[in-house]
Design a protein around this ligand. Structure first.
Ligand SMILES: Nc1ncnc2c1ncn2[C@@H]1O[C@H](COP(=O)(O)OP(=O)(O)OP(=O)(O)O)[C@@H](O)[C@H]1O
Length: 326
């Protein structure tokens, strides 16, 4: 798609293990536009984080991308040298992870870390980097910026730390931000503030956000489009309204039914069973053993990803027949 900022095509990532080669991300494709928030949802182990780590080639030693491309404005990142990739990471593509403390250096002040970042990525001189860091701290809604500039990470609250991470992520003028469970560790009220801040800043700074989360509430509040992953595959993708109003895959419907709703006195429906181990994937549809409506065919061959128009894709033999809808 021509107005895409980032295009991921047929990305496939494998891990070498004692049980053999495990395919953690299996032939996934998607695109991200400017100012767009694309959510990736799925239960633990579905391949969300491995997808984001693959984009930046940040895989552990036993991980390897065996197929596909990741193009940022037409340039395939997977073909870059390590030196070129280091410039992209934290530069054109910034990352925000769940635990801010693991992203901040405990022995450097907030200011020193922010200055180091822009001296590296924007070639700022020291005085310029200092003024810019203070400006960025103000931009993420922290009033006493000079004071926070001099503090060490352990002297900040969780919400404040995540704001600093966002400030650092934005300070190199990234085109894309990959945010992996960025608010999971925060209180609900602080979570809402941080998400709101991310949305405002992406508009202002023209960035596209890839948001990885297991929280459908966060998806509903922030995403434009959503990919639902299961066992390393995309099982459904659509714009956020379509996905919530007309989820087609039984897995998506199961995820939605397991979110508690105020005023709903009916028993919560959860998805039975667990995500299978990658070394013991079933034949056919990987979700079939947990699916309440699966038929013989589902256990025999894996359904292809079908595009039903309007960028709504699903991977289920029974979806369009409306089987299992309540
Ligand atoms: N270093 C590794 N070696 C072998 N398998 C791995 C390795 N890292 C991840 N995996 C496997 O890849 C699969 C996908 O993991 P991933 O972390 O992407 O899931 P996730 O959807 O992000 O889950 P979570 O929400 O728990 O982070 C899992 O089955 C996991 O066991």
């Amino acid at each position: 798609m021509s107005d895409s900022l980032m295009e991921v095509n047929s990305l496939t990532t494998e891990f070498k293990t004692e049980q053999g080669n495990l395919v953690a991300v299996n032939d996934i494709s998607f695109h991200l536009k400017q100012k767009e928030v694309l959510g990736i949802v799925g239960e633990s182990g579905s391949g969300k984080s491995v997808t984001s780590l693959s984009i930046l080639k940040l895989l552990p030693e036993n991980g390897c991308i065996t197929k596909g491309s990741v193009c940022l404005e037409g340039r395939n990142l997977l073909e870059l040298s390590n030196k070129e990739l280091r410039k992209v990471r934290g530069g054109e593509i910034a990352m925000i992870f769940q635990d801010p403390m693991s992203s901040l250096n405990p022995v450097m002040t907030v200011g020193e870390q922010m200055m180091e970042m822009t001296m590296l990525h924007l070639n700022h001189r020291k005085s310029e980097a200092r003024a810019y860091a203070i400006e960025m701290i103000k931009q993420v809604g922290i009033p006493a910026a000079e004071d926070v500039f001099q503090r060490y990470p352990h002297q900040l609250s969780g919400g404040m730390s995540q704001r600093i991470i966002i400030a650092m992520a934005l300070s190199s003028h990234p085109k894309v931000i990959i945010a992996d469970e960025p608010t999971t560790a925060l209180d609900v009220t602080i979570q809402a503030q941080v998400l709101d801040l991310m949305l405002k800043l992406k508009e202002k700074n023209n960035v596209g956000i890839l948001l990885i989360t297991h929280d459908l509430g966060v998806v509903a509040e922030t995403c434009d489009r959503v990919l639902v992953m299961y066992c390393g595959r995309i099982v459904e993708s659509a714009d956020v309204n379509t996905l919530f109003q007309n989820p087609l895959h039984p897995y998506t419907r199961g995820l939605m039914a397991s979110v508690p709703k105020i005023g709903n006195t009916q028993e919560l429906k959860y998805i039975q069973g667990r995500v299978p181990d990658l070394s013991q994937l079933p034949e056919g549809c990987k979700f079939a053993p947990r699916c309440r409506i699966a038929v013989k065919k589902c256990f025999e061959s894996e359904p292809p990803l079908v595009d039903i128009g309007n960028q709504h894709l699903h991977r289920c033999y029974l979806a369009e027949a409306g089987v299992g809808k309540e």
